[in-house]
Design a protein around this ligand. Structure first.
Ligand code: ARG
Length: 588
């Protein structure tokens, strides 16, 4: 028999069938709503009976009892069922069912195969990181990159074709001032050594000069017009600036394990905006209208956007962020045939994306274009422990590069304190994985909508919900196998396993089989912290198991089943951390 990957989903299906078998009125309308349960009640709980019974003025306990009676006869071999409280149905898996799940999901490939149903044959475009060029990435740029990559991996794991799109801000009005200064003040030595520092310096010169001298301001505007009209010299300089920016960004992406499929920035859409203007004005009634010389979209049904316009063409005829984003939405639907689009930015762009999505929905409906699922994934700011923006001692924003360097340096100090006997190159390698992973994980582990309070002590702590704790848990399981001279997941060993028995074995197994539910929740909400929480609980369950039950016992059947639990813990920890974008180690 094939063992379901997602047991809650399987129970859902079973209960739906039971509703038909029991002859429930409007059985097809019954939604079992099976979720993981509070452990004191069992493994899973269905609470859909309550809503169903209430809507039909039935006694929920009676309906629940009817459903349980209609379950297939063989069901009780796998699972104990009780009706509880006002009409919940609680399920507790039998040890044999737990073991069957663990045996069936013995490799990353098998997990992947089980998970792949959720988004099979779908295409998702994920727009993340997407920094503005000509500037260095600072701590504020961490969240989009790290959370975006985790979302990509979760989508890909559940079967989607994922297109990682870096929507660079490479066509902003800032280029006027920058090109003005580039022409007059470029230091080619600095360009060669640290291009982004040099562009930032030039931009400041251009900005200050333009602010204090109207003549310079006009020259900077003229530079922008030259660029926009594709003057070859301006265009070549602009290209140098963007190429150098991307090369510098790539160094950060490499350290974070990020590989984009495309870098279709704002400039890519610059010549695709006329169709946007045309299609938003040629419908009856038109979606966009002229207001005070600009082209705008109002949304009369919306409390704020009925008067707050979505400006898509400025009075001077120029396009803006809204226009390129509209063209982007169309391109993703037409060129990539996207079923879903996820865009990550900080919460301050909430209005922009709400207006954008409202506009896109009406536009696509009017033109009969297929509308992808649209998600704006937002996150809070990164602050220091004082609640203020994270700054260096001199009051500058912290560069992402420096933050990662410091993380690795600090991790190296810790590793050296704990493990001075390891050769230095190995300690350096461990420090790279732990340091960068700690920064990624600290960001991922909290609900993305909260402001993220950055603290070195919490980030690098060896206990608590941190990367060092989880990475250490992984190495601990590896060392168990090393000491016994067995490979994790060795089929000959595992075939000897006897039934799970002790409370600690069962508790660990119960946590293991709930991995699919953690994936589900993380994906349904696009919040990777649910997966972090799951992995943290798993590591905790493993610790309890390891303290309670000896693995290296003489009885080969008991040893085999405990090794099997160790191997699955390792598999799920490694798979989970990989889904979050972290690298793992075999020793540290
Ligand atoms: N470049 C923008 C910024 O730095 C983010 C772009 C997000 N993507 C988009 N399609 N608007 O804020």
């Amino acid at each position: 028999m094939q063992v379901a990957f997602n047991l809650a989903a399987a129970l859902d299906t079973t209960l739906q069938a039971a509703a038909h078998a029991a002859g429930l009125a409007a059985a097809e309308a019954f939604r079992p709503e099976v979720r993981t349960a509070d452990p004191q009640h069992g493994d899973f709980q269905a609470n859909g009976v309550l809503g169903y019974a209430k809507a039909r003025k039935l006694n929920p306990r009676a309906v629940a009892t009817q459903l349980v009676a209609a379950l297939p006869a063989a069901f009780s071999e796998h699972c104990a069922v009780t009706v509880a409280g006002p009409g919940f149905i609680n399920f507790t898996l039998k040890p044999a069912a737990l073991l069957a799940w663990l045996c069936a999901h013995d490799s990353a490939a098998h997990l992947r195969a089980g998970a792949a149903a959720a988004h099979a044959v779908q295409t998702w475009v994920v727009d993340y990181s997407s920094p503005n060029t000509a500037k260095q990435m600072h701590v504020g740029h961490l969240r989009s990159a790290v959370i975006g990559e985790a979302i990509c991996r979760l989508l890909a794991f559940t079967g989607a074709r994922v297109i990682r799109d870096n929507h660079l801000g490479d066509w902003g009005t800032g280029f006027g001032k920058l090109l003005w200064a580039y022409e007059r003040h470029l230091d080619s030595n600095s360009l060669a050594t640290d291009a982004l520092e040099e562009f930032e310096r030039l931009y400041k010169i251009g900005h200050n000069a333009a602010e204090s001298d109207p003549a310079v301001m006009n020259q900077a505007r003229a530079e922008l017009v030259k660029l926009q009209s594709r003057d070859p010299v301006s265009l070549a300089r602009w290209k140098t600036i963007n190429d150098c920016s991307l090369a510098a960004f790539q160094q950060i992406y490499d350290r974070l394990g990020i590989n984009f499929d495309c870098h279709l920035g704002e400039s890519f859409y610059y010549d695709k905006v006329d169709r946007v203007y045309r299609e938003l004005t040629d419908t009856i009634p038109p979606l966009a209208e002229i207001s005070e010389g600009a082209l705008v979209v109002f949304h009369p049904e919306h409390p704020r956007f009925k008067t707050q316009p979505f400006l898509i063409r400025k009075t001077d005829g120029a396009s803006n962020y809204a226009t390129t984003d509209l063209a982007t939405a169309l391109y993703r639907a037409e060129h990539f045939h996207a079923d879903g689009v996820v865009v990550l930015t900080d919460f301050r762009q909430g209005d922009h994306f709400e207006q954008l999505f409202l506009t896109v929905k009406k536009w696509f409906a009017a033109k009969h274009y297929r509308l992808p699922e649209l998600h704006h994934v937002t996150f809070g700011a990164v602050t220091g422990e004082d609640g203020k923006a994270l700054k260096t001692r001199d009051g500058d924003v912290i560069k992402l590069k420096d933050l990662l360097d410091e993380a690795v340096e600090r991790a190296f100090t810790i590793v050296t304190e704990k493990n001075s006997e390891l050769p230095e190159p190995e300690r350096r390698d461990i420090a790279r994985v732990v340091g960068v992973g700690a920064v990624q994980y600290a960001d991922l582990a909290q609900n993305r909508n909260s402001n993220y309070v950055f603290s070195w002590d919490k980030t690098l702590a060896l206990d608590g919900n941190t990367a060092p704790y989880l990475l250490y848990a992984v190495t601990r399981v590896h060392s168990i196998f090393r000491k016994l001279g067995v490979a994790p997941g060795d089929p000959a060993t595992e075939s000897l396993a006897s039934a799970l028995e002790t409370p600690a074995e069962l508790a660990l197994a119960r946590q293991l089989v709930k991995f699919p539910n953690a994936l589900d929740t993380a994906l349904a909400t696009l919040r990777p912290h649910f997966l972090c929480l799951y992995l943290y609980d798993l590591a905790g369950e493993f610790s309890s198991f390891y303290n309670a039950d000896k693995v290296a016992v003489d009885d080969p059947a008991i040893r085999a089943r405990r090794l099997l639990l160790c191997a699955r813990t390792l598999l799920l920890l490694e798979t989970g951390l990989d889904l979050l974008g972290l690298r793992t180690l075999t020793r540290m």
